[in-house]
Design a protein around this ligand. Structure first.
Ligand code: ADP
Ligand code: ZN
Length: 711
């Protein structure tokens, strides 16, 4: 079974090996078992049901919550030569009837549809008349009433278990937490499903969190190192989204806004452009997210703090789905905390709920002020252990300097206390620095003992200190008032001198594109300067083909495949077939064109020996004889006879040369082996098969038998 799966992986998808637990999952489902798959974004969930769908007879039914997701997958499968279709509200009644006809005739292998469509009685009745290979339930966390992607129609999918007891079901999600997991099992009746839990680490993402000083300049510096790459910039409010998008455009960056306040057409068009064009920056609220399957998002930048680590993980996780280096960058400051705490305060919901949200925010703040490896902390929050620091986050790379802040922290807290626990950080810093201004004088704060005690430190050091005091819960923000600071109970031991306090020393923020602390990371550019020209040429060809086919560029080839072409410089179709992501269909369709760009194509027609070599390579890459004939510009008959020769020389296996249904193969073999003694010639049995089996196939089968028995 696994061998067959491997072959489908190579032939259809062009990949050499399974990733992580893909192999085990595919085996489980292909054998007819149920599976629950928890895998991070970019982990390769689609293959987990697409490969078994191709291995099992009948129609595979895939439930997906969004039309955009369905269409993306159908386009991708289409490019791979797999008959897939989506049944959704954009189809006319006529088109739907036509699709039903194709399904009935067995011409469709994978059918994508929305949950509400699947559970319609008519649909279920229709499916029951068919042979169903499997049900795949994508984004299965939509069944969870606690998550923000809840879709009530998902609840009805439980009935599939009773209606189709013998059809395997596989549920997939990138949502990790235990509660969602159990909910999926109960609601979808997956008690007997084998569970496949992958690590949620995203090793290709580089995490960096910087103190917010001049956020726009900091963002520019970050983006400046990533020109030409696509990314998302998240902001909290719609107004800020509009402002930042306009600002970036002014500064010469191709940016588009996205938030729920924009007209539906603008949103749809901006989203489409982001998917189809290269190097666009989407400035967005969190309304932009689910359904964004673009694999080559190279960075996610946060100008505002997410409200939990769950949100942070999910939002940053949209970067680097293709597995290539990507960046998660965030600028964060005291104002973020005030804003989120205020929002929390004003939100609806009971006290218990608010307390939970408060804890989640605290965990997010702790990550920002963290002095240890960010990845370790992040994974730990999701109950996963990373034994060593990752070496791929700002704290690991830059190291974190800490300092003994016990004394200045006490001075700061005492400034809070002496001024009556109602002033914001700006005023408190003025007092500590001994500034002589109207506000200070009007309250008589120049007479306090703390006035001017902090002159030895700079304003930004004091601000950093206050931020960390709040983040650690040593001071609270008065949310009903004007955002003034108050002492919290937990600061007493510090004030009494019973404990000391180590704080993070903020690095000087970088606002030019030199140096690395603004966010330079190994990911900033995928290709080297000397590779750029060819890289752009490959991308241009991909863009052209994508336009011709009406699909996003990554559907033609993902960046990782283009990058491998660039690095391995294939000079023939057979070498091209070795590139990961180049399956038989794409080799046939696009191989020549990309070779030409790489400069290895316009050669003389291959010599005879090369031709044989080329032929075996193409067959190994999964091309059918007809495809090979087209590719090598010779007759199919010729191809068959060369294939038979290669089989005879043990250079090819019969499975590599042909794609014959098992029962038919057995029938042909029996026909050859029926007689006594020597293998009969092809002509002796050809009549028996007539037009059912091409003569060339008979030659190949005979050659294989002869090779096997050395006759
Ligand atoms: P997910 O749905 O889990 O976010 P996808 O199924 O979209 O992930 O896969 C992410 C990317 O990884 C896709 O471009 C896919 O083609 C690629 N991929 C998946 N499995 C493999 C594999 N075994 N080898 C190489 N690339 C793979
Ligand atoms: Zn780290």
């Amino acid at each position: 079974m696994l061998e067959q799966a491997q072959r489908v992986l190579k032939d259809i998808f062009g990949y050499d090996s399974f990733r992580g637990r893909q192999g085990a999952i595919i085996e489980c489902v292909a054998k007819g078992g149920d599976a629950l798959v928890l895998m991070p974004t970019g982990g390769g969930k689609s293959l987990c049901f697409q490969v078994p769908a191709l291995l099992r007879p009948g129609l595979a039914v895939v439930v997906s919550p969004l039309i955009a997701l369905m269409e993306d997958q159908v386009a991708t499968l289409d490019e791979l030569g797999v008959a897939a279709a989506s049944l959704n509200s954009t189809l006319s009644a006529e088109q739907q009837r036509e699709l039903a006809g194709r399904i009935r005739r067995g011409e469709v292998k994978m059918l994508y549809l929305a949950p509400e469509r699947l559970v319609q009685q008519r649909m279920l009745d229709f499916l029951r008349t068919l042979d169903i290979a499997l049900f795949a339930i994508d984004e299965a966390h939509c069944v969870s009433q606690w998550g923000h992607d809840f879709r009530p129609e998902y609840l009805q999918l439980g009935q599939l278990a009773e209606l189709f007891p013998h059809v395997p079901r596989i549920a997939l999600t990138a949502t990790a937490d235990m509660r969602t997991r159990e909910e999926i099992v109960t609601r979808l009746h997956l008690q007997n499903a084998e569970r496949f839990l992958s690590s949620f680490d995203r090793p290709n993402i580089f995490y960096r969190i910087v103190p917010k000083e001049q956020p726009r300049k900091q963002l520019l510096a970050f983006l400046g190192e990533r020109r030409g790459n696509a990314g998302i910039v998240y902001c909290l409010s719609r107004k800020k989204v509009d402002d930042v998008a306009a600002y970036l455009c002014d500064q010469g960056f191709p940016a588009l806004p996205y938030h729920a306040g924009l007209p539906a057409e603008t949103r749809a068009s901006n989203q489409r452009r982001f998917l189809n064009e290269e190097g666009l920056i989407m400035v967005a609220t969190i309304a932009f997210g689910m359904g964004i399957d673009k694999p080559n998002v190279r960075f996610v930048a946060h100008l505002d703090l997410p409200k939990s680590l769950e949100a942070y993980y999910q939002e940053t996780g949209r970067a680097g789905r293709d597995g290539l280096p990507a960046d998660a960058w965030m600028a964060y400051g005291l104002q973020d905390m005030v804003m989120l705490k205020q929002m929390l305060q004003n939100s609806e919901g009971d006290e218990r709920h608010k307390r939970i949200e408060q804890h989640k925010l605290d965990a997010m703040l702790a990550l920002c002020e963290e002095t240890r490896c960010r990845r370790q902390i992040l994974l730990n929050y999701f109950d996963e252990e990373l034994p060593q620091p990752c070496g791929h986050c700002d704290n690991c790379i830059d190291g974190v300097q800490t300092w003994d802040a016990t004394e200045p922290a006490r001075q700061a807290l005492s400034a809070v206390y002496r001024t009556g626990q109602r002033y914001g950080v700006g005023h408190l810093v003025d007092v500590l620095l001994g500034r002589d201004n109207e506000k200070v004088r009007s309250f008589g704060h120049e007479k306090l003992a703390v006035y001017g005690v902090g002159k030895a430190r700079s304003e930004s050091e004091w601000r950093s200190l206050f931020r960390q005091l709040v983040a650690r819960g040593l001071a609270d923000i008065d949310l009903e008032g004007y955002g003034g600071l108050r002492l919290s109970d937990s600061c007493r031991p510090l004030l009494r001198g019973e404990v000391s306090l180590e704080l993070r020393r903020d690095l000087k923020p970088q606002t030019t594109s030199k140096g690395s602390s603004s966010g330079g990371s190994p990911a900033s550019q995928l290709v080297r300067g000397d590779e750029r020209e060819q890289w752009e040429a490959l991308r241009a060809l991909r863009r052209k083909l994508a336009e011709e086919h009406g699909v996003p560029p990554y559907v033609i080839f993902p960046d990782s495949t283009l990058l491998e072409m660039l690095r391995s410089q294939p000079s023939s179709l057979s070498e091209m077939a070795q590139v990961s992501g180049v399956g038989a269909r794409k080799l046939e369709r696009y191989g020549e064109a990309f070779l030409e760009v790489l400069g290895g194509a316009a050669e003389a027609p291959p010599q005879v020996t090369d031709l044989r070599h080329e032929l075996t390579s193409l067959a190994r890459a999964g091309m059918t004889p007809a495809q090979i004939a087209g590719q090598l510009n010779c007759s199919e008959k010729n191809v068959y006879s060369m294939l038979a020769e290669a089989i005879g020389r043990h250079q090819l296996s019969l499975e590599q040369a042909l794609d014959l249904p098992e029962d038919l193969l057995a029938e042909v073999q029996d026909a050859f082996l029926d007689g006594e003694g020597e293998l009969p010639p092809v002509s002796a049995i050809a009549e028996q098969f007539g037009s059912r089996v091409p003569e060339g196939v008979l030659y190949c089968v005979r050659a294989a038998l002869a090779a096997e028995f050395e006759m």
